[in-house]
Design a protein around this ligand. Structure first.
Ligand code: NAP
Ligand code: GDD
Length: 342
């Protein structure tokens, strides 16, 4: 089996490609050309699988429809996972046009390439719980209405709907995985959970004093990314394509995450957190809680990692990183830039 993954260098790209490679898939992924190397998450996979011709990387971009189409024609993948996005909600207010271009053109370019191909690949679209807007504390499923509150969420609604349109109009195998927040030690460091666990590691090592946050009353349904990529794959193995929600069904506030993370190192979060206006968004998604009962019933998927285990896993990894950073700092090999973190 051959898979083609956009966003392979991101958090989910790492876990999904690892999962597929371990299943024996040949994995093809696109990375963006950058002035510095941007494959740090997948470097261990490159070391293990590139030489044995199981993992293949190409320079491309979701905004380059021609490059995507020629890669798909050349590779003829069985499955395409569209994970690439400008995925930071707050940044989408700062770069709304770029976020929209990537979110919308990327999905339709891939769908067009599939539609014109002789052996149409199955298509997975990384849809998001952000599309729901989180206006109340109801549990959300694939029939809940979308009330997007950011340029990011609006672009995800487009990609979601166009995948449905291609499925219904052309009979393509297109699925939307509506995933609630999922985190890991590979999570980008500007998302709130990782920002917190990175800070906990460094504060515990005495190399950071405070962490600056925004709305800590916000509530999310946080799961582990490693569990969620298995659900993505399961969606692609069904007889009939559809949309499924993946979530834990448990909601926690950012405050609760802080409490759990600082508890791991026996510190009181209130001594280390400052609230800054610059981390608030022009429009906030206050509450997200997912109902994954359809995925449980039809795919046999359920999350394996609890909230407590997730926080523990992230703090443990970030303690290791902070210890390494402390050695580098002590030897004046790096400077502490993290207090300025966005
Ligand atoms: P992530 O860590 O931010 O990774 C995003 C990936 O997209 C990176 O590989 C990035 O490349 C790539 N990318 C960005 N712009 C691109 C472009 N113009 N062309 C090609 N590649 C581009 O995100 P993630 O957490 O893995 O999430 C994966 C997908 O699921 C995203 O679409 C996200 O919106 C969606 N999603 C995530 C969650 C969640 O909680 N994690 C929940 C629901 C939906 P660089 O490495 O070069 O930046
Ligand atoms: N990033 C960040 N930084 N968020 C903060 C901070 C901070 O300093 N302080 C409070 N928050 C709050 C945000 O306002 C938001 O309500 C919540 O913490 C979670 O923020 P993020 O971790 O940035 O994630 P997100 O929920 O906005 O978006 C993530 O999940 C979506 C799925 O619902 C991203 O992964 C999206 O790509 C994904 O679609």
């Amino acid at each position: 089996m051959k898979a083609f993954i956009t966003g392979i260098s991101g958090q989910d790209g790492y876990y999904l490609s690892k999962f597929l490679l371990e299943k024996g898939y040949e994995v093809h992924g696109i990375i963006r050309r950058s002035s510095s190397i941007n494959t740090s998450r997948i470097d261990p996979l490159i070391a293990e699988y590139e030489k044995i011709e199981k993992l293949f990387l190409y320079h491309s971009d979701l905004l380059d429809a021609s490059s995507l189409s020629s890669l798909i024609n050349k590779i003829e993948p069985d499955e395409i996972y569209n994970l690439a996005a400008q995925s930071h909600v707050k940044v989408s207010f700062e770069n709304p046009i770029y976020t929209t271009q990537v979110g919308t053109l990327g999905s339709i370019s891939l769908l067009e390439a599939i539609r014109h191909s002789e052996n149409p690949s199955k298509f997975y679209q990384a849809s998001s719980s952000e599309m729901f807007g989180g206006v109340d504390n109801k549990s959300l499923n694939d029939e809940s209405i979308f009330i997007p509150k950011s340029p990011y969420a609006v672009s995800k609604v487009f990609a979601h709907q166009i995948t449905t349109v291609y499925r219904e109009s052309y009979g393509l195998y297109g699925v939307n995985g509506i995933l609630f927040n999922h985190e890991s030690p590979k999570r980008g460091e500007t998302f709130v959970t990782r920002k917190i666990t990175r800070a906990v590691g460094r504060i515990s090592e005495g190399i950071q004093e405070k962490v600056s946050l925004g709305n800590i009353e916000a509530i999310r349904d946080w799961g582990f990314a490693g569990d969620y990529v298995e659900g993505m794959w399961m969606m692609m193995q069904q007889d009939t394509p559809d949309d499924w929600v993946l979530a834990t069904g448990e909601a926690h506030s950012v405050k609760e995450f802080l409490e759990e993370a600082f508890n791991q190192v026996n510190l009181n979060w209130e001594d280390y957190v400052e609230i800054s206006e610059r981390h608030f968004r022009p429009n906030e998604v206050e509450h997200l809680l997912g109902d994954a009962s359809k995925a449980k019933k039809e795919l046999g998927w359920s999350p394996k990692t609890t909230f407590k285990d997730l926080v523990k896993m992230m703090v443990e990894e970030d303690l290791k990183l902070a210890k390494q950073e402390k050695v580098l700092l002590d030897n004046q090999l790096i400077k502490p830039t993290w207090e300025n973190s966005i």
